[in-house]
Design a protein around this ligand. Sequence first.
Ligand code: HEC
Length: 115
Amino acid sequence: MKAVKIIIVFMIACFIGYSCDSTTYEEISGEVENPTYSKNIKPIIENNCLSCHSAAAAEYPTMETYAQVRDAAENGNMICRIDDQSCGAVMPQSGRMPQTRIDIIKKWVVNGYPN
Ligand code: HEC
């Protein structure tokens, strides 16, 4: 019985943790008209990509700075990997991000990578 309680508490904790994580994104309010790197893109990359794509984790491409993220989108296949996946496995590896989050990144690219 005790084990069951522990599991239930753990599941609730996970759920709360997950919801908190999601609400930190600007996208919750819907459309983001003018996404910028510091306000919108950085938090998305930090929460979804940096566990692998940091200098420490060493997965290519490193996406810790504005210049690195911009380069991954502009010259690399980052947009393809998060969106249509015709160039490789979906990123993040745990599963495609919600469409709103992908759209924010795409709008940032179309708008010319505002910092
Ligand atoms: C759990 C680890 C992990 C996470 C999280 C992750 N990636 Fe990756 N990523 C990898 C690995 C491993 C590869 C190399 C294997 C491959 O190409 O699929 C890779 C490859 C890539 C590539 C291809 C680089 C190239 O040209 O060969 C891009 C672009 C990329 N990831 C972007 C992202 C983005 C953007 C995110 C977040 C939205 C993300 N990744 C999240 C592990 C991860």
